[in-house]
Unconditional design. Structure first.
Length: 253
């Protein structure tokens, strides 16, 4: 059984069909790419999967459960986490505080226990701190835990955003242009980092990326969208040699 699949997933905005009849199959522990020219419907597809948008028609199934139209926080609790094309950290908070907040989604304490600091609350609070520090060590940011997050270089802010997503204990991690704004060396480091967290946390990863060296270097399978329609899927080699994909990116003579 696939970890996640979509069946004829479609969304319309007024008279415009932004994504049409999209079928995806994402298997456990895969790293899958979703690519296409600007405006192809990639982020819109992510928004339907994660509950930001409700599809006009079609279904999203995660671990055999129909999650179509569920709220974003409900989908996160089921085990789907995401990052965004534009980094969305809590700008005035520290690196550590950003991860602590995400960890508290599964904290499970009430207001009274927090106010009077019961032994069970203190135990959970310690566990959350330790887990947050472990995640920061995993992404190489533990020595920057007290820095205001917006003071970090761009690449490290990306890593922090991923650490915050990992704090929700996802099974599927969705990355929206993780290499955006990175130089070639940072992109190479990102590829290795993504492989490492996939293996360390037993993740499945679905990513949008315009940086073709990253997509072709890390993804095991790739889906291609053009004007909201899936025009190809296959291995990186198959995609590189697909005439429809070449025409979508380069045009037709």
């Amino acid at each position: 059984m696939a970890l996640l699949n979509t069946d004829k997933l479609t969304i319309k905005f007024g008279g415009l069909t932004a994504v049409s009849a999209l079928d995806l199959v994402i298997n456990q522990n895969e790293i899958i790419g979703l690519i296409g020219p600007n405006g192809a419907g990639k982020t819109t597809s992510f928004n339907m999967i994660t509950g930001v948008y409700t599809p006009t028609s079609g279904t999203v199934v995660f671990e055999g459960k129909d999650i179509t139209g569920m709220k974003t926080h409900e989908i996160t609790k089921l085990g789907i986490a995401r990052t965004f094309q534009n980094i969305r950290l809590f700008g005035q908070l520290s690196v550590l505080e950003n991860v602590l907040i995400a960890n508290h989604m599964r904290f499970g304490s009430n207001l009274l226990s927090a106010v009077i600091k019961t032994p069970s609350y203190l135990k959970k609070e310690k566990a959350v701190y330790e887990k947050s520090m472990e995640l920061l060590r995993a992404v190489g940011l533990d020595d920057l835990k007290d820095e205001v997050c917006t003071s970090l270089p761009y690449g490290k802010q990306r890593r922090l955003e991923i650490a915050r997503a990992l704090a929700t204990d996802p099974k599927l991690l969705i990355l929206d242009e993780p290499a955006a704004g990175m130089n070639p060396q940072e992109s190479l480091e990102l590829m290795e980092f993504i492989r490492e967290i996939r293996d360390k946390y037993n993740l499945t990863i679905l990513m949008i990326e315009h940086h073709m060296a990253v997509v072709m270097g890390i993804c095991e399978r790739i889906y291609v969208l053009d004007y909201g329609v899936k025009i190809a899927d296959g291995t990186p080699s198959e995609i590189q040699n697909n005439q429809k994909v070449i025409e979508a990116y380069l045009g037709v003579e």
